[in-house]
Design a protein around this ligand. Sequence first.
Ligand SMILES: Cc1cc2nc3c(=O)[nH]c(=O)nc-3n(C[C@H](O)[C@H](O)[C@H](O)COP(=O)(O)OP(=O)(O)OC[C@H]3O[C@@H](n4cnc5c(N)ncnc54)[C@H](O)[C@@H]3O)c2cc1C
Length: 336
Amino acid sequence: MAPLTTLGIGGPARWFVEAASEGEVAEACECARERGVPLFVLGGGSNVLVSDSGFNGLVLRVAIESLELKGELLRASAGVAWERCVEQSTIAGLAGIECLAGIPGTVGGTPVQNVGAYGQEVASVIDRVRAFDRMAHEFVEFSNAECGFAYRKSRFNSTDRGRYVVTQVDYRLRRRGAPALAYGDLKAYFREWKRQPSLTEVADAVREIRRSKGMLLVKGDPDCRSAGSFFKNPAIVPEAAERVRKFAAHTGVSVRMFAADGGRVKIPAAWLIEHAGFAKGYAMGAAGISSRHTLALINRGGATSAEILALAGKIRKAVEDKFGIKLEMEPERVGF
Ligand SMILES: Cc1cc2nc3c(=O)[nH]c(=O)nc-3n(C[C@H](O)[C@H](O)[C@H](O)COP(=O)(O)OP(=O)(O)OC[C@H]3O[C@@H](n4cnc5c(N)ncnc54)[C@H](O)[C@@H]3O)c2cc1C
């Protein structure tokens, strides 16, 4: 499965099928069910860490590809590359996903972890998600509220993990909407501009910023052989935040924190990792930290999933020992 993932890691799938229609999705699920075979749904492979021994079951790759723009509604099948959606919508003058430019993967992957970046997330534009229910063996539709979206979370990667195969997503965008310029890096990019940038200019700026951080898939860039951010930004209790603040004051460094749900405080995982002793470019065998982004663990060439997990474990332990905060992994582990 290595060539089907952006990390370039993973052993073989016992069975593999590419479904180009909803009928084929249902057929593949039925086939796995009848034989009692575990099934894993693969999109663009940009948010997975596949085991070196592969997956002992059926890997179903959703390859349904249709994209339709009707008024402010963008309807896309699960196999469409996400970047195509961003391109089409920004060209059409529809706001809502311009800051999500340059995120690899497919439409089907976007509701799963509520993809987000640079001040936007898909939860704010998803209207409906159509999916195949592997338990009830029928197609179902979820409204936005039924998807249970939160930070990097939805019912699809939490309570109902593995139950649904997403086949289509409707995004409700805004005609003549202003581009979202909420994020620091983006604001800085346009600081000198005398006019409001267009949606395509904002999307291009996001791609450029991403490229500079190795967070855009660029052929030959060793820093993008990753699964994006490897850890989620933790939402910690106020006492833990206080400990971090004290540490920062004591060592004379600044730390940015943000209010999160339930009185919690969100803190950048990258900050914790750096102050636990890991610099950009840190290497441990063939696994490493991107030289331009502390949150991205990379395959430096020939890395195994065991090496990536060993590095992740070392980072988690150091952060926990130093700050008492447990980092949670973002990519899905497959075949472990
Ligand atoms: C360089 C780089 C930068 C990134 N930047 C960001 C970022 O800024 N923000 C962000 O949120 N993410 C980011 N990511 C992570 C990743 O791109 C997204 O999470 C993406 O949406 C994953 O989609 P995918 O199709 O590749 O899913 P996959 O990696 O194939 O799968 C991920 C999960 O989604 C499930 N899944 C995929 N398709 C379906 C489907 N049709 N039905 C049901 N389940 C499905 C899989 O079973 C798995 O659990 C980045 C990754 C890389 C490599």
